[in-house]
Design a protein around this ligand. Structure first.
Ligand SMILES: C[S@@+](CC[C@H](N)C(=O)[O-])C[C@H]1O[C@@H](n2cnc3c(N)ncnc32)[C@H](O)[C@@H]1O
Ligand code: SF4
Length: 386
């Protein structure tokens, strides 16, 4: 029997300093001892899952080490985690496995990069967010654009060619001129992949408080959308393919890890707050690092887990639509038929007709996808499938 595909996500919840807008589970100022103990627990958690046979029916196709800031901790820790995972991947499959590491400017050294290379990491995702140093400072980033640029060159010199760069739009005081400068730098650096995220104002962040107290102001929706469509147009002119609402890549460089998520493939996450999707069950680990470490050391592995959803077939189908519509190509009608033995055009007839009338959705050959208006008003589409 063919083995099913599985992605692995590893969460490293440490950062040198917390950014003003960030709501990800990550902690600043954690001692070296905690970092070391955490990595030991991560490896124990992976070993436990190997021992109970979780991986037996699967073929690992992607590994994603995210955070937090994975490049903040010692590179030997990353090496140790990957070594444990490689025990379950046959050598001849390893070279086809997409192995991504998230890194931050201001946390890199030559030695770390060499070590990553030796650890077979073959894709790097680096966050710059903006080329404007005043905006970077306002966001609480630990680096300038120039420092990012030096790190980017270092990455290239170490032999990393598959690089993603993260940018953010809709930031307080950001202008269309800032966006133009980002585009010029993207043109010069020519990364294989670019992610463009619209700022989400998260409660419990410093930025949220500053906006609420009118200390800072975010651009209005009209300007934020102009930024988005400008970046989209210019990146397409530079040869990038817009393949998901926030993601652009040169041909052959779509992120397999991300695509698998949008195509509702299975993945398992290890570490604090790591999410998993296995056998139609969505679950995640505790966000509390002390609790995580304690449970692992006491061999109470499952105590860390919280189940969010055990999907019925209907819920699985709705989610397949919801996730698939994030892709610019949309949901493949044939893929839906293959997976569920049903035609989505009949199953979702009323919703599709309604959204088509509203100009938010279109059906093109094998695909159901968002229109330009649908991309701008995606929330109106998502609510129909929940
Ligand atoms: C997992 S995060 C962090 C990666 C890495 N530590 C960094 O800061 O570059 C990945 C990306 O999400 C984006 N991001 C984080 N918080 C966000 C927010 N509140 N709104 C929009 N995008 C956000 C940033 O572009 C960031 O690079
Ligand atoms: S470095 Fe990345 S993960 Fe850490 S606080 Fe900043 S945005 Fe969040």
């Amino acid at each position: 029997m063919d083995k099913k595909e599985l992605g692995i996500y590893i969460h490293i919840p440490f950062c040198k300093k917390k950014c003003e807008y960030c709501d990800f589970v990550s902690f600043e100022n954690c001692s070296e001892n905690i970092q070391e103990e955490y990595v030991k627990c991560l490896i124990k958690e992976i070993q436990y899952n190997i021992d109970i046979g979780i991986f037996n029916n699967y073929r690992i196709t992607t590994i994603y080490i995210g955070g937090g800031t994975p490049s903040y901790i010692k590179s030997k820790y990353i090496e140790g985690i990957l070594k444990k995972i490689y025990e379950i991947i046959p050598n001849n499959e390893l070279e086809n496995t997409e192995i991504t590491l998230e890194i931050n400017p201001g946390t890199l050294t030559n030695e770390k990069l060499e070590n990553y290379k030796q650890s077979k990491i073959n894709r790097i995702s680096i966050g710059v967010q903006s080329t404007n140093n005043t905006l970077l400072k306002m966001l609480g980033r630990i680096h300038t654009y120039e420092e990012f640029y030096e790190n980017y060159k270092l990455l290239k010199n170490t032999g990393f060619s598959n690089i993603n760069v993260d940018f953010m739009i809709g930031l307080p005081n950001q202008t269309l001129d800032d966006i133009q400068k980002c585009i010029e730098q993207i043109k010069m650096l020519s990364p294989k992949h670019v992610s463009v995220y619209s700022l989400i104002l998260e409660e419990n962040t410093k930025l949220f408080d500053k906006i609420n107290s009118n200390e800072l102001e975010v651009p209005n929706e009209d300007l934020e959308r102009k930024m988005y469509w400008k970046i989209k147009k210019e990146l397409e002119n530079l040869g990038y393919i817009h393949y998901e609402i926030s993601n652009f890549a040169k041909k052959g460089y779509f992120s397999k890890h991300n695509l698998n998520c949008w195509e509702q493939k299975e993945y398992i996450g290890f570490g604090v707050n790591a999410h998993s999707y296995l056998n139609r069950i969505r679950f995640s680990n505790t966000e509390n690092i002390k609790e995580y470490i304690k449970n692992i050391n006491e061999k109470n592995y499952l105590e860390n887990r919280k189940i969010h959803e055990i999907q019925t077939i209907e819920e699985e189908q709705n989610e397949f639509m919801l996730l698939g519509l994030r892709k610019i190509k949309g949901v493949s009608i044939n893929s839906f038929k293959e997976k569920f033995n049903k035609n989505p055009l009949f199953l979702y007839k009323e919703i599709i007709v309604k959204l088509e009338k509203e100009g938010l959705l279109k059906v093109e050959q094998d695909n159901i996808c968002l229109t330009s208006k649908g991309i701008d008003c995606a929330n109106l589409v998502w609510v129909e499938f929940v």
